[in-house]
Design a protein around this ligand. Structure first.
Ligand code: ZN
Ligand code: ZN
Length: 334
């Protein structure tokens, strides 16, 4: 397959500034890497946190984007298991050390030396990128490129959060009904749970959307559900939702914070945590999460709702995500 010398990218030059439409040389795959042509790349709230400076260790300048569906163009030395032309996906976890106690214990998501796509490695807001072959997933054929992209972060982090809720969940609350929640709601309904969707107060569009995906109840995040919940996942980066969700779960219930960044959690009376309620966070993903979700997706079958934008409109897509204007997930098409 031909490779051009340069490519279009939307580049983050400085945190706190918009992305810049420019050209860069097409990268060469290093040891263990493949060069890929990006076919679709999802836009995630983490991209906003990196842009805004909430996450403080990006490489700069940086190509954002870690929900990449792409086609292999060139195989680097020592890269195995992939063939030119194959369609694969690359998620947030781009590399881990493989040797530390976390990596050895199926917790590569916590590896201290891990490197992340679109954060410490250039990501998919570009026509081409390179990636470590060992961290790429074959993508299920049932999905178009754009439909598959949100599975790679919104889906994966959501799935890991969902697994953290425990085995005894019949009533599940989802706070923040965006890209992740719209995927997890479908898995929960498939698993015969009742889904309670919490949106920004008075956001009737999102509440209707939640009902179309099978939610039994949808309301504002300032409301309590009609019945106590067994577990709740908070996808919105809003610390005030932690005491709200604790109030909504039953004794022994679990509240999972799914985001990589959240505003400060306000202090709250101990009685909200009392009776063995649990609050926990979820960090990153393991390759195993990816393998499990991508096997499960066509069986549910998960349908992703996407809004596509040309690569050049990345700033618009990020802004629409920030304003809560999206129904489902934003995906860039180079
Ligand atoms: Zn490690
Ligand atoms: Zn993400």
């Amino acid at each position: 397959m031909d490779r051009p010398d340069t490519m279009r990218v939307m580049l983050l030059v400085e945190q706190g500034k918009e992305l810049v439409n420019t050209r860069l040389p097409v990268p060469c795959p290093g040891q263990g890497q493949v060069l890929v042509r990006v076919k679709a790349c999802g836009v995630c709230r983490t991209d906003l946190h990196i842009m805004d400076g909430d996450l403080t260790e990006p490489k700069l300048p940086l190509v954002l984007g870690h929900e990449i569906v792409w086609e292999v163009v060139e195989i680097g030395e020592g890269a195995f298991g992939l063939a030119p032309g194959q369609r694969v996906g690359i998620p947030w976890l781009g590399w881990s050390c493989v040797n530390c106690a976390f990596c050895q214990n199926e917790q590569e998501n916590l590896c201290r030396q891990a490197r992340y796509t679109g954060y410490q490695f250039d990501g998919g807001f570009a026509e081409y990128t390179v990636a470590d072959a060992r961290y790429c997933f074959p993508m299920p054929e049932e999905y178009s490129d754009a439909e598959a992209a949100p599975l790679l972060c919104a889906g994966l982090i959501g799935y890991r959060s969902y697994c953290m809720c425990g085995n005894e969940v019949k009533r599940l609350g989802l706070y923040g009904f965006g890209a992740s929640a719209h995927i997890i709601a479908q898995i929960a309904v498939h698993d015969k749970m009742a889904v309670y969707a919490f949106t920004r107060p008075l956001d009737e569009t999102k509440q209707k959307f939640a009902h179309t995906l099978g939610a039994v109840w949808a309301g504002g995040s300032d409301e309590l559900p009609p019945e106590p919940l067994d577990a709740a996942i908070i996808f919105a980066p809003v610390g005030d939702l932690v005491p709200a969700a604790l109030q909504a779960v039953r004794p022994g219930g679990v509240v999972v914070c799914a985001g990589i960044h959240m505003s400060d959690i306000p202090s709250f009376p101990y009685s909200l945590l009392w009776e063995e309620k649990v609050v926990r966070s979820v960090a990153n993903l393991t390759r195993r999460d990816g393998e499990e979700l991508l096997l499960l997706a066509p069986k549910v079958p998960l349908r992703t709702s996407v809004q596509t934008y040309p690569l050049e409109d990345a700033n618009q897509a990020l802004d629409d995500l920030r304003q809560g204007k999206l129904t489902g997930a934003a995906v860039l098409i180079p």
